[in-house]
Structure formats: structure tokens, C-alpha cells
Design a protein around this ligand. Structure first.
Ligand code: NAD
Ligand code: UDP
Ligand code: UDP
Length: 315
């Protein structure tokens, strides 16, 4: 009898999803990667296509999907502000209808399901660092709302399917994550700065660059997602996954200029509306539930890996 678990990864051709598919296969699982290729693409998972335990499905999570699986990682959703604001109605449909369909699937086949939620549920936080108990400070009608409120609604749906239908759920609140396989045109700050530095273009600082973020390397996140999925079934509430070391955007720009040896200058552009001023995870809960998990790859180490990936992409 085949004891491999069959695992569905929605958004599996994207940045985080592609790392997750690779890791799940390496651990001896069978993986179904579902994606509509809005921001993901086949090149992220091309080397997996020859693996008989890997299956790639072009599908949109806003439509029902039927398969027999043991676990589901629900990652499908554009994550960069540029992409999620391109078609905000589609973004919120993806979060909400995608969650309903994947929860309906999990309920039918009794699969365990993990939601890729986000630190954006805290909005522009007035509590710092952010613990899971903080309810957030989110504008419901601004340019970021389609993403933030979509993810908040998805969390609500997860909890309700758990309490009403007994679905076994996990909710990961992911903080800013970066690494190889981010799209060159992703639009988020780490890939923007690296690509600009490598091309000798000015680095675009939005606002005065004093706003902060805490950057997590993708391998640390993937280890956290796997570990959270395997926690006891009593663990159902949201869990922050992030690296708690906080940087300003000016510090990030300076570090990337040094590591790339670039002669790029900085250029200041207007701060987008509702851009959070600060963000840093409180990870006490994650450390308590998954004592062996660490998100401690240093920014320098993680950036070196990411820079060398983009160097190869740009030749
Ligand atoms: P990404 O844009 O690279 O990946 C998202 C993937 O979902 C892409 O492959 C895209 O094509 C796919 N997708 C989008 N809409 C879809 C739909 N309707 N049907 C099927 N597939 C669809 O972004 P990422 O950084 O890899 O993010 C993955 C998940 O993690 C997202 O849910 C995101 O909200 C969450 N997250 C990421 C971060 C981060 O810093 N990277 C932080 C918090 C949460
Ligand atoms: N669904 C799905 N795959 C399944 C089972 C359900 O995509 O294997 C979808 C289904 O189409 C429905 C949603 O999940 O729209 C929610 O399912 P649920 O059973 O909770 O609700 P209902 O079908 O009663 O509306
Ligand atoms: N940012 C920037 N220059 C860029 C892209 C982003 O200064 O080219 C800033 C952005 O205004 C925000 C921070 O970097 O304050 C992180 O932005 P990102 O889009 O990566 O993630 P999020 O705002 O969703 O945390």
C-alpha cells in the first residue's frame, strides 16, 4: 500500500508555493499543484514536471475543484500590492470564494487544511510588535482592502468551517517573506531593490524610507508551514510566522547596495495610501507550538541567495 500523503497546494506555481511543492516532494509526498498562472508561472516548478508524484493543474480557485487529498495548503492569491490592486474584485473573490471552495473540498474528503493568511490582517498596526491576539487596524474601503479584508474573511471562514463542520484547520499569519523565485516584476520591495541595484537603476524608496518591515527568508517560512500543519488538532487559531528582526526601508536599500556592489542611488517617490508604518511579528506562540522552528536566517544570508538568483535571471 502506498503510504505517501496526497497534498494539494493552491498557488503552487507562485513564489512560496513553488518552494513548498519542492519541499513536500522531497519529504516523500505526492503533490497536486493548482494554479491559474496569474502571478505564478511554470518556470518556477519546471524541474518538478518529470516527477511522477507531481501533478500540475491549471485551475482557478474561485471555481469548485474535486480531488481526493489528505492535506491542503491554500496559497492561491496575488500577494504583491501591484498585482492584488490590478483587479481588486478578483483578489477578494480569490480569497473568499477560494477559501469556501477549498474548505468545501476539505469537508467532503476530511482533509486537513492550512490557510496562508498574512500580517496584513493587522493593517497599519497600533500595537507593536503584533501578537495574534491583536485585532488589527484595517481600512475596509481603501486600496489595500481587497487583500486585507479578503484574508480576514478567509480566516473567519476557516474558523466557522472548523466550529460548524469539524474541519481540521491551521491558519498561518505570514510576515514579509522573500527569496529566490520571486517574480522579477513582483513589485514588492526586496525584489524591486535587488533588480534595480543589479541593473544600476535608482532604488525607489516610497515615502522617506523610515517605515519598517521584518523580512523572513522563504526556507524558514516553508519549514514553519510544514511544522504548523503537523501540530496537534487542537491548534486551530492563527499563528504568526516571521523573522522578528525589523529594518527600515532605507536600511534595506543600503544593505542591498552593499551586497550587490552597485553604484545605484536612491530616488524618493510618494508613499502609497494606507502603507503600514511598522510591522514586526511577536512569535512567542509559534515558538511554543513548534519549539524546534526558527526563522533566523539573517537578512544578509537570505539576500545573498536571492541576489544570486536574480543575477541568473537577468543574464
Ligand atoms: P505569488 O503571487 O508569487 O503566488 C500566488 C500564486 O497564486 C501565484 O502562482 C498565482 O498565479 C496564484 N493565484 C492567484 N490567484 C489565483 C486563483 N484565483 N486561482 C488559482 N491560483 C491563483 O505570491 P506569494 O508571495 O508566493 O504568496 C503566496 C501566498 O502567501 C498568498 O496567499 C499570499 O497572500 C501569502 N502571503 C505571502 C507573503 C509574502 O511575503 N510573500 C506574506 C503574507 C502572506
Ligand atoms: N466544493 C469543491 N470541492 C469539493 C466539495 C465542495 O470545490 O470537493 C465547493 C462547492 O462547490 C461549494 C463550496 O465548496 O461551493 C462549499 O462547499 P460546502 O459543502 O461547504 O457548501 P455547499 O455545497 O453546501 O454550498
Ligand atoms: N516599497 C518601497 N519601494 C518599492 C516597493 C515597496 O519603498 O519599490 C515600500 C512600501 O511602500 C512598503 C515596504 O516597502 O512600505 C514594503 O512593501 P511591499 O510591497 O514589499 O510589502 P507590504 O507593504 O505589503 O508589506
Amino acid at each position: 500500500m502506498d503510504i505517501r500523503k496526497r497534498i494539494l497546494v493552491t498557488g503552487g506555481a507562485g513564489f512560496i508555493g513553488s518552494h513548498l511543492c519542492r519541499r513536500l516532494l522531497a519529504e516523500g509526498n505526492e503533490v497536486i499543484c493548482l494554479d491559474n498562472y496569474f502571478t505564478g508561472n511554470k518556470s518556477n516548478i519546471i524541474e518538478l514536471l518529470d516527477n511522477p508524484y507531481f501533478e500540475l493543474v491549471r485551475h482557478d480557485v474561485t471555481e469548485p475543484y474535486y480531488a481526493e487529498v489528505d492535506e491542503i495548503y491554500n496559497l492561491a492569491c496575488p500577494a504583491s500590492p501591484v498585482h492584488y490592486q490590478y483587479n481588486p474584485i478578483k483578489t477578494i473573490k480569490t480569497s473568499v470564494m477560494g477559501a469556501i471552495n477549498m474548505l468545501g473540498l476539505a469537508k467532503r474528503v476530511k482533509a486537513k487544511i492550512l490557510q496562508a493568511s498574512t500580517s496584513e490582517v493587522y493593517g497599519d498596526p497600533e500595537v507593536h510588535p503584533q501578537p495574534e491576539s491583536y485585532w488589527g487596524n484595517v481600512n475596509p474601503i481603501g486600496p489595500r482592502s481587497c487583500y486585507d479584508e479578503g484574508k480576514r474573511c478567509a480566516e473567519t471562514l476557516f474558523m466557522d468551517y472548523h466550529t460548524q463542520n469539524g474541519v481540521e484547520i491551521k491558519i498561518a499569519r505570514i510576515f514579509n517573506t522573500y527569496g529566490p523565485h520571486m517574480n522579477i516584476n513582483d513589485g514588492r520591495v526586496v525584489s524591486n531593490f535587488i533588480v534595480q541595484a543589479l541593473k544600476g537603476q535608482p532604488l525607489t524608496i516610497f515615502g522617506d524610507g523610515s517605515q519598517t518591515r521584518s523580512f523572513q527568508y522563504v526556507d524558514d517560512l516553508v519549514a514553519g508551514l510544514l511544522a504548523l500543519m503537523q501540530t496537534d488538532s487542537s491548534v486551530t487559531g492563527p499563528v504568526n510566522l516571521g523573522n522578528p528582526i525589523e529594518f527600515t526601508m532605507l536600511e534595506l536599500a543600503q544593505t542591498i547596495i552593499e551586497l550587490t556592489g552597485s553604484s545605484s542611488k536612491l530616488v524618493f517617490q510618494p508613499l502609497p495610501q494606507d502603507d503600514p508604518k511598522q510591522r514586526k511579528p511577536d512569535i512567542h506562540l509559534a515558538k511554543q507550538l513548534v519549539p524546534n522552528w526558527n526563522s533566523d536566517t539573517s537578512l544578509q544570508q537570505g539576500l545573498e541567495q536571492t541576489i544570486s538568483y536574480f543575477e541568473q535571471q537577468l543574464v
